[in-house]
Write a protein of this length. Structure first.
Length: 344
């Protein structure tokens, strides 16, 4: 159920040429465009690997390749000491962007990976992980906006017209952002009930009646909240496969809270009553036990034996339904991403 860390960058690029000597400002922008385009293409390879590969090594290799491409571009841009005829403002903004991007992708990425290791320990941890992940993208995108603004300032200064990025790569990156964001929103709805359910199962394993009741109430509440959110949720490209998978989990969790938990509590109370009665009988000698006590105890034994079978049956039923709902969500989540994120 892990939510993958994804890094999505946007860079407005312009048509580039092979010119190395900056006789005109267009030559200068073309040279820079060539370097930033290489970063954009490497970024897309990383994004595509995250979306379509289960190979963690391959994903990390593409991340390191992305860092390397940023470092290579930085060296080449740093070599342009005078920028274009002494105009270095755009170059300096680009270097600032490259520096922050490298730090976020390299250093901050390591921190986020460490956070991911504990993210599933609580809903708060998961939210913190997603917030930290999104913050990396936000910081980078802020620098992208600054960079694009400076690019336009430079272009206007020299009478160059630059349009918005309408390249295939730009379209792919935009789609990827939207798909991953859609998946993340549904994942949080799913995770909140799934984590609460795990607390409920733990309380049942420990025979903790108070914790069972508390987590059962929370599970019902979060299931209802999630179902309400799904009513107005806007699915990406009107594809409802993950919305429906999330709804299936929520409906099961609500049924678990309303039907399964009360029967668990009833069985545990019956078993507790049996244990107390057995202790009382064990503390008495056979001769001192009244016929009524023996009859009541035997009746309790028969009732418990009957309920053990019923409890095992309903427990197996809900365990099977739970596993199916969770597995279906995970598979559907992967399918949703693979389906909509373009293949490189």
């Amino acid at each position: 159920m892990k939510l993958t860390f994804t890094l999505l960058l946007f860079l407005i690029t312009i048509t580039f040429s092979n010119a190395q000597e900056f006789k005109t400002p267009v030559d200068y922008l073309n040279y820079i465009g060539k370097e930033t385009d290489a970063i954009s293409r490497t970024t897309w390879k990383y994004t595509s690997a995250v979306a379509h590969s289960k190979n963690a090594r391959r994903i990390d290799v593409t991340r390191k390749t992305l860092v390397k491409s940023i470092q290579n571009a930085t060296k080449k841009i740093e070599a342009l000491k005078d920028g274009y005829k002494g105009d270095v403002e755009y170059k300096e903004q680009l270097l600032a962007y490259l520096s922050i991007s490298e730090k976020q992708i390299n250093q901050e990425y390591e921190k986020i990976i460490n956070m991911q290791e504990v993210a599933e320990q609580s809903y708060d941890f998961m939210e913190a992980f997603i917030l930290a992940r999104d913050l990396v993208n936000t910081k980078i995108n802020e620098e992208v906006n600054k960079l694009n603004a400076n690019q336009k300032i430079f272009a206007n200064k020299y009478g160059i017209q630059i349009g918005e990025d309408k390249s295939e790569l730009g379209k792919k990156m935009k789609i990827s952002n939207e798909v991953f964001e859609n998946h993340t929103q549904l994942f949080l709805i799913f995770f909140k009930v799934n984590f609460t359910e795990s607390l409920l199962m733990n309380a049942i394993a420990q025979n903790n009646l108070n914790a069972i009741q508390q987590n059962s109430n929370a599970l019902e509440q979060y299931s209802n909240e999630g179902l309400d959110k799904l009513k107005t949720f806007k699915a990406y490209n009107n594809d409802l496969i993950l919305v429906n998978a999330t709804k299936k989990v929520l409906e099961f969790s609500k049924k678990e809270a309303l039907e399964f938990s009360p029967k668990v509590v009833a069985f545990m109370m019956l078993n507790q009553k049996f244990q107390e009665s057995k202790k009382t009988m064990d503390n008495k000698s056979a001769a001192s036990r009244s016929k009524e006590e023996v009859d009541n105890f035997n009746k309790l034994v028969n009732e418990l034996n009957k309920e053990v079978g019923n409890y095992n049956a309903i427990n197996n039923k809900f365990n099977s339904e739970r596993a199916n709902a969770i597995n279906f969500w995970n598979v559907t989540g992967d399918t949703f991403i693979s389906k909509h994120v373009p293949i490189d």
